[in-house]
Design a binder for this molecule. Structure first.
Ligand code: SF4
Ligand code: SF4
Length: 366
């Protein structure tokens, strides 16, 4: 396993982290939690030292399962991360409900402190402000009390909005979705975090399975290697100098072995170099929105990159409406407010027919 710096914290983390949201569904449902925990123990035996969990994952059993594994390991041999937001504290949002949630997480994980505690799932700057105003002081108090070591955040915001959160100087690291499909969408945020000395953890390196399920589109990632498309996509993320950890969800020990192989002899490069290389190779992606964000100046406020990302799913054979609802929390009806002014199409780096795509999104039923 390759180890990287988690920003300037002094912590050395494995280039592959375990995202603890893919424990075997049948085993979880049947209560075979020790069997699930064996996968986490196997990951640790392969050198993985970063485990990312949260309330509600795996029918709300992920923290408990992960705790079964962690209890069998020396406390200084791993880093554990979990998450909280105003959705986890219950209806009453105050210091007591925040602390009760945190203590429940600690108890389930069988640890005295968390290495990383995320202000969870910031969807927009407005959402960030709301969550931060409500909870940040509770995070600080928990840190002062020794219950958490590092305050971090997780987000689906685009790069320019991530830059604003990074500039707040409140966080030691961030967890974001980033992969070979959407890398331009968040790259400026990664650059900003790296310059600040923050750790960067990446979730969704396979774009929710979209990349490995379309090997013909992403075969260029494997050039010069004997890796599978999935492994190459994971390596793509891990090879970024600015990224500390690529999270991967494991259901079986074979998944662990696959992911570890992806970073054998890893060579790190600056993100900008990787972008340049991809620009020459990713010719197959020309009709996909790259998430670059250049069009994002809509006078009626449509978040065009997010709607175009949803449309990408249609091109790739997946669901527009699922993407909008579950990933972006956006209503498809907003797409119908487009006045066809044409500004975004003039700005689009891929010359995409944004107006026509929005019209399709507005009436999508899949
Ligand atoms: S064409 Fe539609 S989506 Fe594009 S900028 Fe104008 S109103 Fe916004
Ligand atoms: S629609 Fe075009 S300009 Fe806008 S994010 Fe996608 S590729 Fe970039």
């Amino acid at each position: 396993m390759i180890y990287k710096d988690y920003g300037n914290t002094g912590l050395k983390v494995s280039a592959i982290g375990m995202g603890c949201m893919r424990y075997d569904e049948a085993d979880v449902a049947a209560g075979r939690l020790e069997k699930c925990a064996d996968v986490a123990l196997y990951a640790h035996s392969k050198g993985i030292n970063y485990f990312d969990t949260a309330p509600y994952y795996c029918e709300d059993k992920s923290e408990e399962i992960t705790g079964i594994a962690l209890a069998q390991l020396p406390r200084d041999s791993y880093y554990i991360s979990s998450k909280a937001n105003i959705g986890t504290t219950g209806k009453l949002i105050n210091a007591d409900t925040f602390r009760a949630r945190l203590e429940k997480t600690l108890k389930r994980l069988k640890v005295d402190y968390l290495d990383f505690y995320h202000l969870w799932c910031l969807l927009s700057l407005e959402d960030y402000k709301k969550q931060s105003d409500a909870l940040y002081t509770f995070f600080e108090q928990a840190k002062a009390d020794g219950l958490i070591r590092n305050i971090v955040f997780s987000s689906h915001m685009p790069g320019d909005e991530l830059e604003i959160v990074v500039a707040s100087d409140r966080y030691r690291g961030m967890l974001i979705g980033y992969n070979a499909m959407n890398y331009q969408f968040r790259q400026s945020g990664i650059d900003a975090a790296y310059k600040k000395g923050m750790g960067v953890v990446v979730m969704n390196p396979l774009s929710g399975g979209v990349i490995p399920s379309h090997p013909e589109l992403f075969s260029y990632l494997t050039e010069g290697t004997d890796l599978t498309v999935a492994q190459a996509a994971l390596r793509f993320v891990a090879s970024h100098r600015e990224i500390s950890i690529a999270l991967n969800g494991f259901t079986t020990i074979e998944h662990v072995d696959d992911a570890c192989r992806a970073v054998d002899n890893l060579v790190e490069k600056p993100a900008r170099d990787i972008t340049r290389e991809m620009a020459n190779k990713g010719v197959n992606l020309n009709n996909l929105c790259t998430g670059c964000g250049y069009c994002d100046e809509c006078p009626v406020g449509i978040e065009i990159p997010k709607y175009m990302d949803a449309y990408n799913q249609k091109i790739l054979g997946d669901s527009i409406t699922d993407r909008l609802k579950w990933h972006w929390s956006l209503p498809k009806e907003t797409a119908a407010t487009c006045t066809a002014c044409g500004k975004c199409e003039r700005l689009c780096t891929q010359h995409l027919p944004i107006i026509a795509r929005l019209a399709e999104v507005a009436i999508a039923n899949d």
